[in-house]
Design a protein around this ligand. Structure first.
Ligand code: FAD
Length: 469
């Protein structure tokens, strides 16, 4: 039988069949980030006829299912999602804010893949209770599903900071403080997490409309830019005094702020929302019968808005695990085999916490999903040491940032070069003589070299040989 050619993106782990693409459709890395991989042969049934239940069909759940099927051709696999869509590339949903339907390449597998791989896919079904002692999950429609092995891949949600909502500053709306579950009680408050959110947002978007994006991190800026491209007048409000605070050091942020200022977005840094002003609209059926009018800032300023998009970070979906008695902190606590504190339950992706850290990135969810699948299927594998990295391809700029460090840490040694004419910036950071992080702006072609240098802990001489200093 002829073997398929498979290529893997060294930045985010996305695998493509056939030939190397110009650009990775998940993370935007250039084609030279792809390396050929050899598919592991299925070792044949080990855990045999176990019933596997996977909650979530995102990057983590999908890759767990794929791995189990590869290892156990006969096992029963059920994957459940509260969303109504087959597994898709969540990182790209911002491209569909114009209300368009996604093409086939937006999905992680062809429609026929699930049947061909004997994966029972239950969509539009929300798990509401987990009963580990009975090895059962209960769903919102009252049905139950038993399992032998359970994988929690139920992700995270966008955090909504507790902001007061008021008709005007003198007439306080009784006790109405926004949170994760009451956003829909006011018209014009949004987050961007699921494909369905793009449909809701697209109804608000029109040239000349005004939007406030709260949060100037990677996702907030990407969304702001997509809105701007659709003709919306966008103001970004960021609490920290610089943009991309988790991806850039001070010098990089100063260069990036030039890019952001030229982008046409209105930027308000070092400020935050004090309250959201709303106005009555008899046509609206939401609980307050009202819609956003603007955002009042802590500094005293006011920004008019037709709608507000919150992008201030994520929180793991912990309720199911917590109520069932699994050990949780910021995420469901797992070890390197993705085992939770309860036998026969694994967790992976945004829902879990490993070594005190919720990774919250696509490549981590992919790798953890694969590891959870392997271990649930009976192969003892560890989730490998992992370098978190991000690619920002928006605002007509390219930024690459890798390494889990605080870029302002005075104990880091830094070596950088910048060319203000070409708009490029490269800096690498060393701790105790080993390269631990790197930032590229403008020219990101050395991204794989930076990742490899971090993975191999190169010293200064090694970094020089690799052309990074
Ligand atoms: C707009 C956007 C852009 C992003 N860009 C980047 C980027 O550039 N780079 C990067 O690394 N990361 C990026 N991320 C983050 C990345 O997408 C996530 O880290 C990754 O998708 C997490 O995968 P996951 O499978 O753990 O969780 P998710 O993708 O959140 O999947 C969770 C699944 O669980 C389901 N679910 C949840 N609760 C239940 C329940 N109770 N019952 C049944 N099903 C349930 C959900 O419907 C979903 O199918 C971005 C995220 C967003 C939203």
């Amino acid at each position: 039988m002829e073997k398929k050619k498979l290529y893997k993106c060294a930045v985010c782990g996305h695998v493509v069949e056939g030939s190397i693409p110009d650009k990775c459709e998940v993370c935007g890395a250039d084609g030279d980030a792809f390396v050929e991989i050899v598919e592991m042969e299925a070792p044949g049934p080990i855990g045999g006829l176990d019933r596997f239940l996977i909650l979530g069909n995102g990057s983590a759940g999908f890759n767990a299912a794929k791995e189990i099927r590869k290892l156990l051709p006969e096992a029963s696999i059920t994957m459940v999602s509260k969303e109504t869509m087959k597994s898709y590339i969540r990182t790209n949903i911002g491209e569909y804010l114009d209300g368009s339907e996604p093409p086939e390449k937006f999905f992680l597998a062809k429609d026929t893949w699930y049947e061909e791989n004997k994966i029972e896919l239950l969509l539009g079904k929300t798990a509401v209770r987990l009963l580990p002692e009975d090895k059962k999950v209960v769903f919102d429609d009252g049905t139950e599903k038993s399992y032998d092995k359970l994988i929690l891949a139920n992700g995270s949600h966008n955090f909504i900071p507790p902001v007061q909502v008021e008709f005007d500053h003198t007439e306080k709306t009784p006790g109405f403080v926004l949170n994760d579950s009451n956003l829909k009680d006011v018209g014009g408050i949004h987050t961007l997490r699921e494909f369905a959110d793009t449909k809701e947002l697209s109804g608000e978007i029109a040239p000349g409309k005004k939007a406030v994006v709260i949060g100037g991190g990677l996702l907030g800026l990407e969304a702001a830019w997509e809105l701007k491209l659709l003709g919306v007048d966008v103001t970004v409000v960021e609490f920290v005094k610089r943009l991309l605070p988790r991806q850039l050091d001070n010098e990089g942020a100063a260069i990036f702020s030039g890019i952001a200022n030229r982008s046409g977005l209105n930027l308000i840094l070092g400020d935050s929302a004090q309250y959201i002003k709303i106005k009555k609209d008899p046509a609206l059926t939401n609980k307050l019968g009202a819609k956003v009018a603007g955002v009042s800032l802590k500094s005293g300023g006011f920004v008019e808005a037709d709608f507000v998009l919150f992008s201030v970070g994520i929180r793991s979906n912990l309720e199911l695990a917590k109520e069932a008695g699994l050990a949780v902190e910021r995420g469901v606590i797992v070890n390197r085999k993705m085992e939770t504190s309860v036998p026969d339950i694994w967790a992976c992706g945004d829902v879990c916490q490993l070594d005190g850290f919720v990774y919250g990135t696509w490549p981590a969810a992919l790798g953890m999903g694969k590891t959870a699948g392997q271990n649930a299927a009976g192969i003892r594998e560890d989730f490998k040491k992992f370098t978190n990295s991000t690619i920002f391809n928006s605002l007509n700029a390219k930024v690459f940032s890798a390494g889990s460090v605080d870029f302002d840490d005075p104990l880091l040694d830094q070596v950088g070069t910048r060319n203000d004419i070409e708009g490029t910036y490269r800096k690498v950071f060393f701790r105790d003589g080993k390269l631990v992080a790197g930032i590229l702006i403008g020219d990101t072609t050395k991204q794989i070299k930076v990742l490899k240098a971090i993975e191999n802990g190169l010293d200064y001489a090694g970094a020089k040989e690799a052309g990074l200093v």
